[in-house]
Design a protein around this ligand. Structure first.
Ligand SMILES: *Cc1c(COP(=O)(O)O)cnc(C)c1O
Length: 372
């Protein structure tokens, strides 16, 4: 039994790949404009870093979920760039903070519209995005509310509507009938707002083709290199690599079990490497006895349950004596992508990304690659 030093796992985030992915999405979206969705701390990869990378690539419109994220983003970006808050304008008491930081709310209900319009003068209309629900039943005006709104003249007085938007429920399935139904309903509901630009597509919506692009696309996932559509050609560059140091290697030479609950039996013995990552780091517990990593080119399985701080791999297939404590197991790499790991955990890349833990040592690379 040998013991290694206790370094943290390293999460490497390639900002050059972030910028390249955004530029590809921008090109696919043309002539529509391409925004960037950077909610949830830039899908877990660092709000400030990813926002700056896509801004350097030419992005001028950003979406966050919460007002707090918008305030942090404004700090990071300085004055330029439109920041839209998907959750809405919040309480009336929040309006001054929105205005001071130049945050633009997505208006999700008649109440949002009334509140946001309330004390804006005709000389300085307040900007907003008007959201209509066409099939998610989540946020946005319902179709009857939208019809009521557009039938009343002056219903949007005091407001400057940048876009009317909706969100796709099934965009990752190219042939899902709901896509066409949502698009038709969106067109019907926004028809009375002839002069207002429209926005429908998330990452998956961009891959559905120009019919879904309208004036503004809103990709998130694809910017970060994860698959947003089943069967979509894998054109996005990998953004994330994750490697965890081996803390200890042990050779068990008799029938025994590994980890909590003794869920894994190694009947003929095994060489086991325990690494510094666990479910507290977002290495999901669902990966117990199901996940894989790589030691060099050798695929190594997770054995036993994932613990809070540790996970154990069976490295019996690596050359004897070729791996030592302090070496690394690649948890996410070119051979084993976020999407592969997500499949093993029974989830989607979005959850793997946004669960990335605070204890990882983060390394950003290629942060200065702007260009067009
Ligand atoms: C999160 C979100 C997006 C981005 O979706 P991706 O699938 O990550 O591209 C776009 N629009 C809305 C309304 C969202 O909530």
């Amino acid at each position: 039994m040998t013991t290694g030093h206790g370094a943290a796992a390293t999460l490497t985030i390639d900002l050059g790949a972030v910028a390249a992915n955004w530029r590809l999405l921008r090109d696919l979206s043309r002539p529509a404009e391409c925004a960037a969705v950077v909610k949830a701390d830039g899908y877990g990869l660092g709000l400030e870093q990813v926002a700056r990378a896509v801004r350097a690539a030419g992005c001028r419109r950003f979406f966050v979920a919460r007002a707090e994220e918008g305030l942090a983003l404004r700090e990071a970006l300085g004055g330029d760039g439109a920041i839209y808050v998907l959750d809405g304008p919040g309480r009336p008491a929040d309006a001054p903070a929105f205005e001071a930081a130049g945050l633009i709310p997505v208006l999700n209900s008649p109440e949002d519209i009334a509140a946001w319009a309330a004390d804006s003068g005709a000389d300085r209309p307040r900007r907003g995005i008007l959201a209509v629900d066409t099939g998610m039943n989540r946020l946005g005006l319902s179709p009857p509310e939208m019809r009521d709104l557009t039938s009343r003249s002056g219903a949007l007085d005091g407001l400057e509507i940048d876009f009317v938007m909706s969100h796709l429920a099934c965009g990752e399935e190219r042939d899902h009938p709901v896509n066409g139904l949502q698009r038709a309903l969106f067109d019907e509901l926004r028809a009375p707002l002839a002069g207002v630009a429209a926005s429908l597509a998330n990452s998956a919506g961009i891959f559905l083709g120009p019919d879904y692009h309208y004036a503004l696309t809103r990709p998130g996932a694809a910017i970060y290199g994860i698959s947003a559509a089943t069967g979509a050609p894998r054109r996005m560059r990998e953004v994330v690599r994750l490697k965890a140091p081996i803390l200890q290697i042990r050779t068990v030479d008799r029938d025994s079990t590994v980890g909590y609950g003794a869920t894994c039996r190694v009947p003929r013995g095994a060489r086991l490497a325990t690494v510094a990552a666990g479910y507290a780091d977002g290495y999901l517990r669902a990966l117990g006895n199901r996940g894989h990593g790589y030691v060099g080119a050798t695929r190594v399985p997770v054995v036993g349950r994932v613990s809070m701080d540790l996970v154990t791999f069976d490295i019996s297939d690596t050359p004897e004596g070729g791996v030592k404590p302090g070496d690394h197991v690649d948890l996410i790499c070119g051979r084993h992508t976020i999407d592969d790991l997500a499949a093993e955990a029974g989830t989607i890349g979005y959850e793997i990304l946004t669960a990335m833990g605070r204890r990882y040592r983060r390394r950003y690379e290629n942060g200065d690659s702007s260009g067009t």
